[in-house]
Design a protein around this ligand. Structure first.
Ligand SMILES: NC(=O)c1ccc[n+]([C@@H]2O[C@H](COP(=O)([O-])OP(=O)(O)OC[C@H]3O[C@@H](n4cnc5c(N)ncnc54)[C@H](OP(=O)(O)O)[C@@H]3O)[C@@H](O)[C@H]2O)c1
Length: 300
């Protein structure tokens, strides 16, 4: 089975390449904007591909004719999307349309990665049947891209996820665990949101769910996240506990006080029973995830 990944330099993209290259039944084609930033260059094909370039999308997909495309690429900075709606539209919506157009002459399985932000956070945790109500430009763009995929006529899976954490090969890239740990170690005060609740998702768990969706040709929407729904500040406290660091540098801040450009849903969280049943999805606990990330930081 041939699987093409978009956005292979991103957090999920990198984890997927590392997973798929271990599978003898999979031929993996990794594509990313610019140079390949994955350290290990063996065991897969790499192609530079900016998804906003329609001709290149068409020629790359037609060159490889993958059985499945896992579309992870997106403009993911929610505030940047709010401030640059045109860029957001181009990278999240036009890019997705280009992929669908490139597949019009054959029938690959399309897997799209979406977000808990399609919901307004008034009534979480959410099932796949709940009605979206996106609050930001980013969230609207992701929902519109979901629609492009689900109405494409191709077999599709939409995996919605949230707060994905993990270590990439670009070590300068931060995440909530690294940021909290480094700040507390340096005695730096940090302000952490105390009124937004999420189910943090270990990037490796999400990559496994994508693999299962691809090989099982799962169809429809799946909610794929960690099982525990906790506030962002509780994640920071867990990091402090794990590394035995002083919590006095962690200062609670409310969403209203922080006043970020893009509006966020307050409480999301997912009911993940459909993914557990159909994708054999068994997410690690947050404590286990912190332990795994720590191990990975130590080997970088
Ligand atoms: N991380 C989360 O907490 C989270 C939560 C919910 C949903 N999601 C969704 O999950 C997916 C994967 O997220 P992630 O955390 O892996 O994101 P990420 O680390 O920000 O990676 C996204 C990748 O997309 C690439 N990209 C953006 N525009 C592109 C274009 N026009 N052509 C080709 N590549 C392009 C970026 O390239 P550059 O590296 O060159 O910038 C980046 O490598 C995304 O669709 C995101 O919306 C993520």
């Amino acid at each position: 089975m041939k699987i093409l990944i978009t956005g292979s330099n991103g957090l999920l993209g990198q984890k997927l390449v590392y997973l798929l290259k271990t599978k003898s039944n999979i031929e993996c084609i990794a594509t990313a904007r610019g140079e390949n930033r994955i350290n290990d260059k063996d065991g897969y094909i790499f192609e530079t591909l900016d998804l906003t370039n329609r001709e290149n999308v068409i020629s790359t997909i037609n060159k490889h004719r993958p059985d499945c495309i896992i579309h992870t690429a997106a403009m993911t900075n929610v505030d940047e999307c709010e401030l640059n709606p045109e860029q957001c539209r181009l990278n999240n919506i036009t890019a997705t349309s280009n992929i669908v157009e490139a597949c019009k002459n054959y029938n690959p399985h399309l897997i799209y990665i979406s977000t808990d932000f399609v919901f307004d956070g008034e009534a979480g945790p959410y099932t796949e049947e709940d009605i979206p109500n996106p609050l930001s430009i980013y969230a609207k763009s992701k929902l519109e891209a979901e629609k492009i995929i689900s109405e494409s006529g191709h077999p599709f899976s939409i995996l919605r996820t949230m707060i994905v954490y993990g270590i990439t090969d670009d070590v300068q890239r931060s995440n909530i665990i690294l940021w909290t740990k480094n700040s507390l170690e340096q005695g730096k005060d940090i302000r952490v949101i105390n009124d937004q609740f999420r189910g943090p998702t270990l990037a490796e768990d999400l990559a496994l769910a994508c693999y299962e969706a691809a090989t099982r040709r799962a169809t429809g929407i799946y909610h794929v996240s960690g099982r525990e729904v906790i506030s962002i500040i509780e994640i920071a406290y867990k990091v402090a506990d794990y590394f035995r660091l002083d919590k006095k540098y962690i200062h609670p801040v409310s969403t209203a006080e922080l006043n970020q450009p893009a509006k966020r849903p307050l409480k999301t969280g997912f009911i993940i029973s459909k993914a557990e049943r159909d994708l054999d999805y068994h997410p690690r606990s947050i404590d286990e995830g912190i332990r795994i990330v720590n191990e990975q930081m130590n080997t970088k």
